[in-house]
Design a protein around this ligand. Sequence first.
Ligand SMILES: Cc1cc2nc3c(=O)[nH]c(=O)nc-3n(C[C@H](O)[C@H](O)[C@H](O)COP(=O)(O)OP(=O)(O)OC[C@H]3O[C@@H](n4cnc5c(N)ncnc54)[C@H](O)[C@@H]3O)c2cc1C
Ligand SMILES: NC(=O)c1ccc[n+]([C@@H]2O[C@H](COP(=O)([O-])OP(=O)(O)OC[C@H]3O[C@@H](n4cnc5c(N)ncnc54)[C@H](OP(=O)(O)O)[C@@H]3O)[C@@H](O)[C@H]2O)c1
Length: 436
Amino acid sequence: MENKYYVAVVGAGPAGLFGARELAAQGVHVAIFNRDIKAGGLAEYGIYPVKHTMKEGLRKQFHQILDLANIDYYGNVTVGTHGDLTLDELRALGFDAVLVTAGAQGTKSLGLPGEELEGVYHAKDVVFSYNKLPPFSQRKFRFGKRCAIIGAGNVMVDVARHLIYVQNAEEIISIVRRGPAEVNFTREEMKHLITYLDLDEFEKEMERVRPALQAINQDPEIGRHKILDSLSKADPKTKNAKFHFDFLASPTGMFGENGEMNKLEVEDNILTEKDGKISAKGTGIKRTIDVDSVIFAIGDKVDESFGLPTEWNEFIKNKEPRFPVEGVSYESTVEGVFVGGWSRKASEGLVGYARKDGTHAAKAIWQYLQTNQPANASAEAVAAKMKGLNKPIILKEDIKRLESAEAEEAKKRGFEEYKFASNDEMLQAMGLTETA
Ligand SMILES: Cc1cc2nc3c(=O)[nH]c(=O)nc-3n(C[C@H](O)[C@H](O)[C@H](O)COP(=O)(O)OP(=O)(O)OC[C@H]3O[C@@H](n4cnc5c(N)ncnc54)[C@H](O)[C@@H]3O)c2cc1C
Ligand SMILES: NC(=O)c1ccc[n+]([C@@H]2O[C@H](COP(=O)([O-])OP(=O)(O)OC[C@H]3O[C@@H](n4cnc5c(N)ncnc54)[C@H](OP(=O)(O)O)[C@@H]3O)[C@@H](O)[C@H]2O)c1
């Protein structure tokens, strides 16, 4: 079964790991390069920390993949223009193909005045921080008691939970550019937050936006039902906090004093409908909301400095793919370089989606490999290149040592799980040093 093909996978999130598994099953030798010490991507560093069962289940599957004999793992290695090696340097090692599954690491900035103020944050940074991903785990945030979150997706729900339960925030406002029927979170996630929804305020807000919904012939009950659907399954209220929505509002700026924000300015919107698509349109009417912090939970974009051409927040795909899978192009515009998961479509879907997408990207690569003879790239040359980076490179066996040290630490402290929050601590636990 084993063949001479050697493929590089950049990124060990669900897309990269399941993509690697698909290639390995075809007998391909795979080398995974991952920015983080640990594998898992957002499954490790995005999924809400208390979802222990889900996270542990995924970790088990990831272990099984990394245990495959024809998969090598190089952690703590960033590929990209500002990384440890560029995409061109990686390609020059002679791989038969490269699969880019580095997620969506770029930040969508709206270019608003006041973005530089303390108290203005992006959800990814907050999420990485509370999930203890270095260096975000070391960053200090100033959330205060009254916080606005821009967006109404599942990330908004996660961030609101963190602000209420961990940061002891007293009031959270979700700023939604469209209306109640266009919120994007799921019932399963909202049930963790809905108990904090101030129902009187909610009804007042529904009344306020009623004319805008009527203007596009939308029944307000659609939005009301979508939002309140999870009430019957609501988590118990254990904190003294309030959550509400501010619909039909887009952020236009942040203002403050002494470098710290204290006001969010929003523009009121109306709704328009064309071919069934509902959009927000600014009215020009602005108002300010007194808040201590604002967190943008509006999705992410790919890292524009990675080394692949981008457009509209994504890597450009070959529009006429030679190796489509189910009609989808996994081909970048660079010969032999494929994209999958959130690197193909930023901020799209759950782990199951990333798994399927990474697997499909690997299927596209397998088709591509059939059209070429193996280049006979050398695994020794790759290992030597890694050694030459002069920094600790994490191998599969190191991860095992790290995880057993963390399990021991959790046991000692009586915690369900424990994570070392800095690279130094992780390296120490693995018996490695910064200059190894
Ligand atoms: C806050 C949040 C919570 C979520 N919660 C859930 C949930 O509860 N359930 C669920 O099913 N889904 C959840 N998701 C969605 C899920 O996490 C994603 O669908 C999935 O992780 C995307 O997988 P990916 O492999 O494409 O990217 P990622 O998971 O982002 O993995 C990317 C990997 O690439 C590596 N990398 C990045 N840049 C480089 C580089 N330049 N060089 C080398 N390596 C690099 C990173 O270290 C990382 O390991 C959540 C997402 C977020 C943002
Ligand atoms: N627990 C879970 O299962 C879980 C947890 C977190 C994330 N995830 C998944 O991860 C993916 C990403 O989640 P997400 O919450 O980041 O994305 P999302 O579901 O797309 O939500 C993004 C929100 O931001 C708004 N938005 C986007 N651009 C905006 C702008 N310029 N100004 C104002 N608002 C803007 C969107 O409004 P519009 O609708 O108007 O565009 C939407 O409400 C989703 O598939 C999600 O399900 C899952």
